[in-house]
Design a protein around this ligand. Sequence first.
Ligand SMILES: *Cc1c(COP(=O)(O)O)cnc(C)c1O
Length: 252
Amino acid sequence: MIEPASSVEAFRDAHAEVRDRIAAACARVGRDPADVTLVAVSKTVDAARLRSAVAAGLTILGENRVQEGADKRPDVPGASWHLIGPLQSNKARRALETFDVIESVANLDLGERLDRLADEVRTGQRVQVLVQVNVDADPSKSGALPADVDALVVGLMALPRLDVRGLMTIGRFGVGEDEARATFRGLRELAVSLRQQIPDLGPELSMGMSDDYEIAVEEGATVVRVGRALFGERPHRHQDGPGRAMGDAAPG
Ligand SMILES: *Cc1c(COP(=O)(O)O)cnc(C)c1O
């Protein structure tokens, strides 16, 4: 069995490899690699390994559970944290205390709650959010349906303490390149059409994971969320059930 990376050197190599692949994907479509942010998805990775990852320059971490991020953050200085999993409204306060960016806002009720709590928790600082879109209307995934995104974005942008940075989606699992690409293209086209009516919508498109981030970059991703290609395979999580519950993208 291959030992998962844990030394700073091993993380430097893994980081360089992913950045090289991002750069190559950018070159194929004439983009600047500096316009692609790498979020290192650190769910199930313990704080000691994360300190090595941060020392290797992986300074933006993504977690799909509020509690796990809250538990690890005090032990991992020097990183910023993105919430990439579904957020229940009873955990909104904890999420605001823990995360710098909440990528998974998919309904207006949650946005309103974050907006209300922001003054108490953030004292003046706006909350950076992305709007999660279920591009393929896949019933196993969370996210707003494409037909509802327009009204949702308008509603969220009216909330003074939210800074709507853009859109996020989770690609299809275990599909070929063309199908993966179709989802990412769908998100980009949705963003283009939204911006015709809502020019102030932020520029971010968070899409692409270990299996498909290069395709996502070719289709315009400004944020890629990469876990296994940096940290190795994750142990199976029993409480999630098999596979892909809770937005956990581990295949099969
Ligand atoms: C786990 C997860 C990822 C990363 O998946 P990998 O296949 O490990 O790269 C990205 N986005 C979300 C929402 C996730 O839950």
